[in-house]
Design a protein around this ligand. Structure first.
Ligand SMILES: Nc1ncnc2c1ncn2[C@@H]1O[C@H](COP(=O)(O)OP(=O)(O)OP(=O)(O)O)[C@@H](O)[C@H]1O
Ligand SMILES: [Mg+2]
Length: 234
């Protein structure tokens, strides 16, 4: 079943067009990765899905419903979570407080219980639950950013460069968590600088360059191609 679908979407900021004629889909249960050079428009694509960019043309459907033009709060309440590339945690709040803030749209009584479940995926930050977020390591901060986005129990998680700036060990630890999140039932779109990690954990991959999708395939097929970097510029 297709969970998210973009048809010929052109979007950007104000009057500036960044993405042109983007068509893509994400099936329920998939991990889809977005790769491409700096400035390709990867973050803008996530912003476009989440209602943080201006859509000039095209249609965006989530669960069969149009989400084009809806506010980020509305889109979040429909089941999309966003762990952004920058400013993704509140440094002067504790780990627990950050997670509770992540649940800001929820009115049910399960929030605490869900936090404990999320800590099962991220025991590294559970140990630090009463510490200020600014005292966490880089890897722990990225975990907190992803954990915070999960607090709204999204059907679809948008994850922008979760392994950015991490040493190889921390990066592969985080990649494992992404897989575990999917195994627990969340569909994921992940932007990555590290093509190898992305191709290894995702089912399918779209490559963006200059605001357009220049290639798409099963990740396993991209992995068999020799020079990954060359893919970006072909
Ligand atoms: N808020 C904004 N307002 C205006 N232009 C923006 C804004 N954010 C990004 N851009 C522009 O849109 C283009 C795509 O940027 P975007 O951040 O989407 O790329 P990216 O692929 O995520 O890059 P990176 O790998 O460096 O994170 C760039 O030319 C950038 O300058
Ligand atoms: Mg980006």
């Amino acid at each position: 079943m297709v969970l998210l679908e973009l048809n010929d979407v052109t979007s950007g900021y104000g009057k500036m067009v960044v993405l042109e004629k983007i068509s893509m889909y994400v099936n329920d249960g998939e991990i889809v990765s977005l790769l491409g050079p700096n400035g390709a428009g990867k973050t803008t694509l996530l912003n476009t899905i989440f209602g943080l960019a201006d859509v000039f043309e095209g249609e965006i459907k989530f669960n069969g419903l149009s989400i084009r033009g809806k506010s980020p709060d509305k889109i979040a309440s429909m089941g999309i979570g966003y762990s952004p590339q920058q400013q993704n945690i509140f440094p002067n709040f504790t780990v627990e407080e950050n997670l509770m803030l992540g649940a800001y749209l929820r009115r049910d009584k399960e929030v605490r219980k869900d936090m404990e479940e999320i800590f099962e995926i991220f025991p590294e930050i559970e140990r630090r639950r009463r510490n200020l977020a600014k005292t966490l390591s880089g890897g722990e901060r990225q975990m907190l950013a992803v954990a915070r986005a999960l607090m709204l129990k999204p059907k679809l998680l948008l994850c922008d460069e979760p392994t950015a700036g991490l040493a190889p060990k921390a990066a592969s630890a985080l990649a494992k968590k992404i897989k575990e999140i999917r195994e627990r039932g969340t569909t994921i779109i992940m932007v990555e600088q590290n093509a190898k990690i992305a191709l290894n954990i995702s089912d399918r991959t779209y490559i963006l360059s200059g605001g357009r999708i220049i290639a798409q395939d099963f990740s396993a097929n991209f992995l068999m191609k020799k020079d990954l970097e060359q893919l970006y510029f072909k």
